[in-house]
Design a protein. Structure first.
Length: 123
């Protein structure tokens, strides 16, 4: 596992949204998708409201890498599936950061969304 440097971790975690562009099989980047990002411990996570059937999630499956941008940080990353044991911490992070969006935040706390939880690691 590759760790984030402290400054980048803080900046990305504090950002309201993150832009994620996954790599196609030929190495080019797809158009970025804007989404929520949370920090649990010293790791960053994203989820698809549409679960593993979500188009952007499916895009991460071809090469398991891409680029993210948030909080003034741009980083090439790898996408890693998350162990279900990490879901409670990620759920808590979503509730804490985005809880003010009461109707919307529940959509990233479903079993379907949890199954698409990806950990972002810098490359």
């Amino acid at each position: 596992m590759t760790d984030w440097n402290g400054a980048d971790l803080e900046k990305i975690a504090a950002a309201e949204e993150l832009d994620l562009a996954s790599e196609r099989s030929d190495g080019t980047l797809r158009d970025p998708v804007t989404m929520w990002v949370v920090r649990s411990g010293d790791q960053l996570f994203v989820r698809s409201v549409k679960g593993t059937d979500g188009p952007w999630y499916q895009g991460t499956r071809s090469r398991h890498q891409g680029r993210v941008e948030a909080g003034g940080v741009r980083s090439d990353v790898t996408f890693h599936e998350t162990d279900p044991g990490d879901y409670p911490g990620v759920d808590a992070a979503y509730r804490k950061k985005y809880g003010r969006y009461t109707r919307i935040v529940e959509h990233v706390l479903t079993d379907r969304a949890r199954a698409s939880t990806l950990r972002l690691e810098p490359r």
